[in-house]
Structure formats: C-alpha cells, structure tokens
Design a protein around this ligand. Structure first.
Ligand code: TPP
Ligand code: MG
Length: 410
C-alpha cells in the first residue's frame, strides 16, 4: 500500500436519470447580446473566453439585441422560419412513414432545426458541407427537392443513390452536401482535406465539417484539428452539442475541457460557442466563420449548444436513459417558436399567418410524399434495378464484377 491508498476510476454521470427531475442548472446562459463580436481577423489568443460563453441574439422578449444582431433582413428571417417549419413537418411525416413500414429507418432534427437551416444561408454556391445525419436543414434551406430526399428514404426507383445508402444518408454535390458517411467524424478530416485542396488550387470555395458532441471523442476529430491549424485550412468546423450521443450524456465525450469549443484553443483555432436554438445567433456566427475562411484567415471551431428533443433514431427509446420531461426543461427553448415570436414582435408575422403557413407546408410535404410514394417505398412499388447495383462505383468495372453482372443477366 502507498500512503495515498488505492486508486478509483472516475466515470462521469448525468445529472439525472429516468424518473428524476430534469436539471439544467449546470448550463450557464449569458444574457442575449452580452458577448462581444470581434473582428474576423482577431488574434485567436484574444478571444479565448468565447469558447466558454454562449453567443445569443434573441432575448426573452423576442428582440434581437447586441453586436451579433442584424445579419438578416425580415424577408430572410421569414424564409428561415419557413425552412425550419418545413424540416419539422418533413420529420414528422417521415417518422410516421417509418412506423408504417415505408422505410426501415429515420432520424429526426426536432429542436435542432436552427443549426443546419441558418448555417446553410451563410455559405456561397460551390462551398461544400461534410454533414452527419442530423443536418438535413442544409438541403431543405438550400432548395434541394423534398421529393428527392423522400425517394432516397424510400429506396425507390427514383432514389438518387439507388438504394446503396442507409435512409437519410443523402448526397448532392450540386447542393454542397457531401455523401453522408455513417462512420462518425470522418466528416472532419474530409472537410479539412477538401478545404486544403481548395487552397492548394487557389480556389475561392470553403468547406464545412459537422460532428456531434459524442463524435468529438473520435481520434479523427483531433487529427482534423491538427491539419486545420497547421495549414490554416479554409474550413468551418461545427460541433452540434445536443447533450446526448444516443444514450451517453455529453459529459463523457467532453471530458475535462469544460466545453467542446474549448478543444479548439489548444490548436490555436478560434473557438466560439453559440445558442443553437437561436436562428439569428447561429447565422451571425456562421457568417463570421465563413468570412474568416473565405479571407484565408483559417479555420474556426463552433459549438452549437442545443438539445435533441426526439429519439436518436427510430431504433432508439430515450425513456430508458433520460427523464421524459427533460426537453421541456431545456433552458434555450424551441428554435421555431423563438424565431416566430421575434417576427411577431417585429410585426411582420402573426399567429394567423403562422397557422396558415403550417397548413401550406403540410400540404407541400404531403404532395412531395405522394409523388415519392408513386415511385415506390421500401416494400412496395418501384425499386432500383439490379443493374444499378453494378454502376456508378468504378470508372472501369473490374473483371469480377463484370462477370457477376453477366451472371445476373443485367
Ligand atoms: C465511428 C463510429 N462509432 C460509433 C458509431 C455508432 N453511433 C452512431 S450515432 C452515435 C452517437 C453520436 O452522437 P453525437 O456525435 O452526439 O451525434 P448526435 O446523434 O447526437 O447528433 C454512435 C455512437 C458510428 N456510427 N461511428
Ligand atoms: Mg449528440
């Protein structure tokens, strides 16, 4: 025995378990408008405290306040509201379609709509996202047709990916949406590599990488930050901290760093923390980081503080690991409601118009779904052909696949 006694392993525990009272008293929330907005060419050493704060624009009264306000017009905000409402309705319909057996799997964005919808509006054509499965708002806000998303979800004869990808793992080069990989955190190394290539070619396009709080524990995360830092790659590195990695609470992946954003500090990368449920704040911070990248000033790490209201996926049951009422206790509110209230406050929106928009959006989603279903669903109607299986992978098909295709008679 040493004089210190035996060691014991520290395993972080969430504040509460199912049946307990939700408690977010550990989430310190600064007043809206209180965090300064530095110039984009600031020395990262001067803004280290931004990694420990939360940039917020919308206050409790629905007003936009402080130095990060004012990046969007009323028209743009109305469109932002519509994008988030569309994503929410799309999710609800696709969740139902999964329950009806029309697809095997679905992942929803409930509570996180502002992150991907607002970020998309800060990018320019030609920029490339390397998203995870919870950023479909990049497509919706980017004008990608919902019917194509549904065709992918249903793996039908019009599935742009011909049944090769898990449902929701979309891909559209045209829309700046790199093929989703289920292997978490590959997004960060790929985004940094793509950004470095853009710089090597003296192009003007930038990349955006996406991971969740849990995925930051992967070694790819750290490798990506080394390369981004060393080569000042034109990339925005996004961490969506929705408090949960399936059943594992964010304290496990975060370790002792205090916040996920703080991970950037050791790499000399400017690191900002933002209210992920505040459409205006997300857009303002995204715009700041995109401008830095575009001006060749290098990478930015952003942590979006948000909450995953729904289950991780249709294969998950959150009641097994967190209190049922936890989402209602989340102190940063609902992104859709907050933007709606702001626009009502500005007298450019109303409860009636909101109801009407909800009905119009539902009609549009249902119409897209009808069209997609006419091309087939998981167990009914049109499917990709067997021949499709052999195409689109190799520029020149290897002999063994050619042989297999002949054997299949396609
Ligand atoms: C490399 C790798 N490890 C594990 C998994 C299994 N897995 C899929 S999603 C997930 C949780 C990810 O949580 P987070 O990064 O917080 O993202 P969120 O689902 O909350 O958006 C895990 C462990 C995976 N897909 N890839
Ligand atoms: Mg998460």
């Amino acid at each position: 025995m040493t004089e210190h006694g035996p060691l014991s392993l520290h395993v972080p525990e969430p504040e509460v378990r199912p049946g307990g009272t939700p408690d977010f008293s550990n989430v310190t929330i600064p007043k809206a408008g209180s965090v300064p907005r530095p110039e984009v060419d600031v020395d990262p050493r001067e803004i280290r405290d931004l990694a420990y704060s939360i940039i917020r624009v919308l206050n409790r009264d629905g007003e936009a306040v402080g130095p990060w306000a004012g990046t969007l017009t009323d028209e743009e905000l109305l469109q932002g509201l519509r994008d988030m409402m569309t994503l929410r309705t799309f999710d609800a319909r696709m969740l139902m379609a999964q329950r009806q057996g029309k697809t095997s799997f679905y992942m929803q964005h409930m509570g996180e709509e502002a992150v991907s919808c607002a970020f998309r509006k800060a990018l320019a054509p030609g920029d490339m996202n390397f998203p995870t499965y919870r950023q479909a708002g990049l497509l919706i806000a980017g004008g990608y047709p919902m019917v194509d998303m549904m065709n992918q979800i249903f793996s039908n004869e019009r599935d742009p990916l011909k049944g090769r990808q898990l449902p929701v793992m979309y891909s559209s080069q045209e829309h700046g949406f790199f093929s989703i990989s289920g292997n978490l955190t590959t997004q960060f190394i790929q985004a940094v590599g793509w950004a470095m290539a853009s710089a090597i070619r003296n192009d003007t396009k930038i990349a955006a990488g996406w991971v969740g709080d849990g995925a930051t524990a992967e070694s790819d995360f750290h490798a990506a930050l080394v390369f981004a830092s060393t080569y000042t790659a034109p990339v925005v590195l996004n961490i969506v901290n929705n408090q949960w990695a399936i059943s594992t609470f964010q304290g496990i992946a975060r370790g002792g760093s205090g916040t996920f954003a703080a991970r950037g500090l050791g790499f000399g990368i400017p690191a900002l923390r933002v209210d992920g449920n505040d459409y205006l704040a997300v857009h303002a911070v995204a715009k700041w980081a995109v401008e830095r990248a575009r001006r060749n000033l290098g990478p930015t790490l952003i942590e979006y503080v948000t909450y995953r209201v729904g289950a991780h996926s249709t294969s998950d049951d959150p009641s097994a690991y967190r209190p049922k009422e936890e989402s209602a206790a989340w102190p940063l509110g609902d992104p859709v409601l907050r933007l709606k209230n702001h626009l009502i406050k500005r007298s450019v929106w109303s409860e009636e118009r909101h109801k009407q928009a909800e009905a119009e959006i539902l009609d549009a989603v249902i119409a897209a779904q009808k069209e997609a279903e006419s091309h087939g669903t998981l167990h009914a109607g049109g499917k990709p052909t067997v021949r499709d299986m052999f195409e689109g992978v190799y520029a020149e098909m290897p002999p063994h696949l050619r042989r297999q295709r002949q054997e299949a008679g396609v």
